[in-house]
Write a protein that binds this ligand. Structure first.
Ligand SMILES: Cc1cc2nc3c(=O)[nH]c(=O)nc-3n(C[C@H](O)[C@H](O)[C@H](O)COP(=O)(O)OP(=O)(O)OC[C@H]3O[C@@H](n4cnc5c(N)ncnc54)[C@H](O)[C@@H]3O)c2cc1C
Length: 379
């Protein structure tokens, strides 16, 4: 195995890092406690698109940036050092673009792909409902056929991009089981942001469908196939969540190393005390484990292999590790780690968000167990 980055990847990541510091971080810092409004998210998406964020998973012949998944992962990790919330937001555009590129109709591709890839359109993917989380097969939102239309009614919650989305891929119950239907905001869905512990810059919340009508042609893929399609999408998405967590954790480690070198107690930098080094060593090792697991999963997807178990290992491990790492980072900073004047408490809150979406830690472990034993403990 070769773990070296190519020259092209190294240059790409370096220039992306400089871009983030100059063009993205100042905006993110302004939204430490409020959701970014739609105009700002649009502006950031448009700026991220040329680097391949929101556009990278679709080949160049179809208008995308055509990144390999390792490069895409490197960029997502880098973006997450500045804002894991924004990373999660723009990754929805990557997922929906890929979905439409792979299984959308020619008309859906013509209508939506250019806007999604350039950042002119912002997407949501809506599965979760007030009574339905880890068990998506139980969704109640219905799409009923009525002449040439679907009539959609139901409530979705915890949906990324909810208040800023222009369109949503909504998983609805049709006669054949859970199906995916494209709904534009202009068709009439309503939204409301939720307050939450971390990733406060990111719009996440409720989508309401009150007899919303869309053409039958808005069905994405085959009827009744939504959960199968989502399972494929989760393989790369879970590796990406692992890299958001790795990005947050590595930003916390860098801050901690810098602080440990300069903060003095007992007549020497605290980094010279063995117990502080122990924390730094654990942090660095857990970050490396997280990163390696995530990139192994992405390498498998890139090679066309299924990696359900490896993606679950990456998502579970990295999201839980990021909590431990950011907690250590606070400890190393002492009281300053708890201060809102420093970024550590934000890293900790953002890390804590990671163990729930795209399948909780417990669900990832059950998927790993199912793969190991051939027995499903949760279906
Ligand atoms: C920041 C964020 C962004 C999100 N973005 C989206 C989005 O864009 N689109 C979308 O559709 N959803 C989204 N979600 C929702 C997310 O997918 C759900 O929160 C997640 O699937 C868990 O569902 P739940 O919160 O209802 O928890 P529940 O499923 O109610 O679980 C509650 C607890 O029970 C445990 N549990 C459940 N079943 C089992 C079992 N069989 N065995 C053992 N333990 C179990 C869980 O692990 C958890 O600890 C997002 C959530 C968050 C926090």
């Amino acid at each position: 195995m070769n773990f070296d980055l190519s020259e092209e990847q190294r240059i790409g990541v370096d220039s992306f890092r400089r871009f983030l510091v100059a063009e993205v971080k100042p905006t993110i810092d302004r939204f430490a406690s409020d959701v970014m409004p739609k105009a700002i998210v649009h502006d950031l998406f448009r700026k991220l698109s040329p680097f391949g964020l929101g556009s990278g998973w679709v080949p160049t012949e179809s208008g995308g940036a055509g990144l390999d998944l390792i490069t895409s992962g490197l960029l997502y990790e880098e973006l997450s050092r500045v804002s894991s919330g924004l990373a999660a937001q723009v990754c929805v555009n990557d997922s929906v673009s890929l979905l439409l590129h792979k299984i959308g109709t020619a008309d859906q591709q013509a209508r939506y792909l250019p806007g999604l890839l350039s950042g002119e359109l912002i997407a949501s993917i809506a599965v979760t409902e007030p009574g339905v989380g880890s068990q998506p097969g139980g969704i109640r939102t219905r799409a009923v056929r009525d002449g040439e239309n679907w009539r959609i009614s139901g409530e979705k919650c915890w949906i990324s991009n909810c208040d800023v989305s222009d369109l949503a891929v909504v998983v609805c119950r049709t006669d054949d089981g859970p199906s995916m239907v494209l709904v534009e905001r202009a068709d009439g869905y309503k939204s409301r942001n939720f307050g939450k512990l971390g990733q406060k810059e990111k719009s996440t919340g409720q989508l309401l469908f009150d007899d919303v009508r869309v053409p039958l042609a808005n069905l994405v893929g085959q009827r009744g196939e939504a959960l199968k399609i989502m399972a494929r999408l989760f393989e790369r998405a879970r590796c990406m969540v692992a890299l958001y967590a790795t990005g947050i954790a590595s930003a916390a480690l860098d801050a901690s190393i810098e602080y440990a070198r300069t903060r003095e107690q007992w007549g020497k930098p605290i980094g010279g005390h063995q117990l502080v080094q122990s924390m730094l060593a654990e942090m660095a090792t857990e970050i490396d484990c997280s990163r390696l697991l995530a990139f192994r999963g992405l390498a498998m997807v890139e090679q066309g292999q299924r990696c359900e178990m490896q993606a679950s290992m990456a998502k579970w491990y990295a999201s839980e590790a990021a909590i431990r790492v950011t907690s250590h980072a606070i400890q190393i900073h002492g009281a300053y780690g708890l201060s809102t004047e420093f970024p550590l408490e934000r890293y900790f809150r953002d890390a804590r968000m990671m163990t729930i979406p795209d399948g909780t830690t417990q669900i990832q472990k059950l998927i790993i167990g199912r793969n190991l034993t051939g027995m499903a403990a949760f279906e």
